[in-house]
Design a protein around this ligand. Structure first.
Ligand code: LRH
Ligand code: MN
Ligand code: MN
Length: 408
């Protein structure tokens, strides 16, 4: 990479932040079973500790998303909000997006905000408003709504009735957030399948966008990269949402088949590059500083076999690398190639940025931040995972727990 590209990349890296999910540090499994890791985090404090460690290694992850029912014994307890804020500070991070949980309780068998049962819909709203209060109390800036709502068989329920109830609920939520949690974003995530297998109530970005437009200006679409049908052109979704001012953020992970939640770029790094490329292109056209678009980059991965800390550092470094590659595309030359209809030339410009070794920029940026040159190698060499494994195994045994807290 040349000097100009390197300088641009370093400037953009200064602005690049990616949020870690508390649940990505805990033991997880598949529906067939769980394989426990001694070093996996059980308590919220352990999750914040691990996030703090990843932030210290990468310098790019100052916030941690929390999942309300998995992380808080009593989300309505003001003392626990205070303690959480303090614990986060102790580990050098802040609380990021708040993820309400409107899918675990037995009341949600037929859905949450879309349930045919008015009392289930009310429970979903009550819990979400408790989450809003928690978000404001812990100093978070957003709430991420993901619903497991949907049906399993044709004819099971009225698709339009369900969506209309959801629209009303999101509007009410937006209104209430505006009163008690000013400036916070209402992020609405979509997913075309799982756990519902016939229809999901927010299947795609179109449905999310409709909900956002109905709810109000602070409502934005949350794109989880694993939540698309095979072959979907995610970067096009990103481009169109940017155009409408409704791209709220990402849940980054990689996948081969479904919502696999693998580490970012492990399967298709070029797809991630193409997403960052659309954002960089938008910034170039809007004459905005590189990396300045207010989209929330968040990790949402939960692979159950790779050591959690390694997986997280790997994803963050991969995100930085692919983000930088998108920054160095020659956009003037691209515009010229596009105007001439030079299809090959235009594609070559993208490919050559993607193929560029950007490690000089990453290493220079890390040096400037007094970070290790290779955060993953540093973590693996440090022995910290083994040490945490010993400590946490002992602590769990003392608490009489077997494998630690889980994801669900
Ligand atoms: C659903 C999802 C959603 C949840 C998270 C744990 O598949 O992506 O974001 O909150 O997983
Ligand atoms: Mn997600
Ligand atoms: Mn998911």
């Amino acid at each position: 990479m040349n000097r100009k590209q390197k300088a641009k990349a370093i400037e953009a890296l200064d602005r690049f932040r990616i949020e870690l999910p508390s649940w990505g540090f805990a033991n997880t499994g598949t529906r067939f079973g769980k394989f426990m890791q001694d070093a996996a985090a059980s308590t919220l404090e352990e999750k914040l500790h691990d996030a703090g460690l990843v932030n210290a290694l990468t310098g790019a992850c100052p916030t941690v998303a929390v999942h309300v029912l998995w992380d808080f014994d009593d989300p309505t307890d003001p003392a626990s909000a205070k303690t959480t804020r303090r614990l986060a500070r102790k580990h050098g991070v802040k609380i990021g997006s708040i993820n309400p949980n409107v899918f675990q309780d037995q009341a949600y068998k037929l859905g949450s905000f879309c349930s045919p049962d008015a009392s289930a819909r009310q429970s979903a709203m009550d819990h979400t408003l408790d989450s809003v209060a928690l978000g404001a109390a812990v100093g978070s800036k957003s709430i991420s709504m993901w619903l497991a709502d949907g049906t399993n068989y044709p004819g099971q329920d009225n698709i339009r009735r369900r969506f209309n109830d959801l629209k009303d609920a999101m509007k009410q939520l937006h209104l209430k957030m505006g009163r008690s949690w000013r400036g916070a974003k209402l992020l609405i995530e979509y997913k075309p399948f799982e756990p519902a297998f016939y229809h999901t109530d927010i299947p795609d970005w179109g449905a999310s966008l409709l909900l956002c437009q109905h709810a109000g200006p602070q409502a934005k679409v949350l794109v989880d990269t694993g939540h698309h049908l095979p072959g979907c052109n995610i970067e096009q979704i990103v481009a169109l949402l940017l155009n409408e001012g409704r791209l709220g953020g990402f849940h980054f992970n990689d996948r081969k088949y479904a919502d696999d939640d693998l580490t970012l770029g492990s399967i298709d790094p070029y797809a991630v590059f193409r997403i960052f490329n659309e954002i960089a292109q938008f910034e170039f056209e809007a004459k905005k500083a590189p990396g300045s678009t207010p989209v929330d980059y968040m990790v949402d991965q939960s692979h159950n076999l790779k050591p959690k800390l390694e997986a997280m550092v790997q994803t963050v470094c991969e995100a930085q690398k692919l983000f930088v590659k998108a920054q160095i595309v020659d956009r003037e030359a691209l515009a010229r190639a596009q105007a001439k209809g030079d299809i090959t030339g235009a594609e070559v410009l993208l490919k050559s940025a993607f193929d560029t070794d950007v490690s000089p920029a990453l290493e220079a940026w890390r040096k400037g931040q007094k970070l290790e040159k290779d955060p993953l190698a540093a973590l693996r060499k440090s022995g910290v995972i083994k040490q945490l494994g010993r400590e946490r195994k002992k602590a769990r045994a003392e608490r009489g727990e077997e494998g630690g807290s889980s994801y669900a």
